[in-house]
Design a protein around this ligand. Structure first.
Ligand SMILES: [Zn+2]
Ligand SMILES: [Zn+2]
Length: 276
């Protein structure tokens, strides 16, 4: 089973990769299953049908997925290519505690196979621009990030896995913040995830960012295993052709070495287990 469970297309504001090209490329590389997980980031981006004027960043609309068009295109892909590849319907929810009600409403509007719960912004401030970290100490922004994630998993349950759980590391200009300091918060997050029958993803973009570790880190993955976590998905977080399906087989090997036995795909929000 070769599956990519974190894939962006032209329906995301930061990708121009047409969905049909993604499907054809995936078939070409022998993929058995793909799940589309385009971006929704309430608080910083608007919905197309929100009745407000969409802001533009260069040539790209600064907007969430155009849901009706997205759902229609996925259905078209399924009917055209469904004999060659399983195509699943997902989204990546870039959540913040103050946007939970908007995600609840969105989740109720459509049928999904899979939802990634990610944190890309806090207080509507982005990490990649350093807007969130600015004016905070390394301790403050690390703790604030994991606290936000903990508050989210305690108060929102319609998701499948946590996306790139330690994303803040990628944008930490002060260098590696020791795992021991945030371990108590991360433990509480993982315990909540496990208790609720949810999982975490391994995001293979760590390879392209040149990180000397997996995302989340092997320390987090070991803790997850130790706490009894079994639900793992693997996704490339691809936005471009050369990123699709990348490093998935290396990651499977590494996860097996760490002691995991399975990875998951999803159908109608339920995990399906496959051997690593
Ligand atoms: Zn993300
Ligand atoms: Zn993503």
């Amino acid at each position: 089973m070769f599956a990519d469970y974190h894939v962006h297309t032209e329906f995301s504001d930061d990708s121009v990769y047409p969905m049909e090209s993604v499907v054809r490329d995936a078939i070409q590389m022998g993929m058995d299953e793909i799940c589309f997980t385009d971006h929704v980031d309430y608080g910083v981006k608007d919905d197309w049908d929100a009745g407000v004027e969409i802001r533009w960043r260069g040539n790209e609309p600064f907007a969430n997925v155009d849901y009706p068009a997205y759902m229609a295109e996925i259905r078209r892909m399924q009917s055209e290519y469904g004999g060659r590849i399983h195509i699943r319907t997902g989204l990546e929810f870039g959540m913040q505690t103050h946007t939970i009600p908007q995600y609840k409403a969105l989740f109720a509007r459509y049928l999904f196979d899979f939802i990634i719960l990610s944190v890309h912004q806090i207080e509507n401030k982005e990490f990649w621009t350093q807007d969130f970290q600015r004016g905070r100490s390394q301790k403050e922004y690390n703790e604030r990030y994991y606290q936000e994630l903990l508050d989210l998993v305690r108060n929102y349950k319609n998701y499948s896995v946590l996306g790139h759980l330690d994303l803040i590391r990628r944008y930490d200009n002060a260098g590696d913040y020791p795992f021991e300091y945030t371990k108590p918060l991360i433990r509480e997050i993982l315990q909540t995830v496990i208790q609720d029958g949810k999982g975490i993803e391994v995001n293979t973009s760590s390879y392209r960012y040149g990180l000397n570790d997996l995302t989340p880190s092997e320390e987090i993955l070991r803790l997850y295993l130790e706490l009894g976590g079994t639900i793992l998905t693997i996704g490339s977080d691809s936005h471009k052709p050369e990123q699709l399906g990348a490093h998935i087989s290396d990651t499977r090997k590494r996860l097996k070495e760490l002691g995991f036995q399975n990875f998951c795909t999803y159908a109608e929000m339920k995990p399906v287990f496959h051997e690593l």
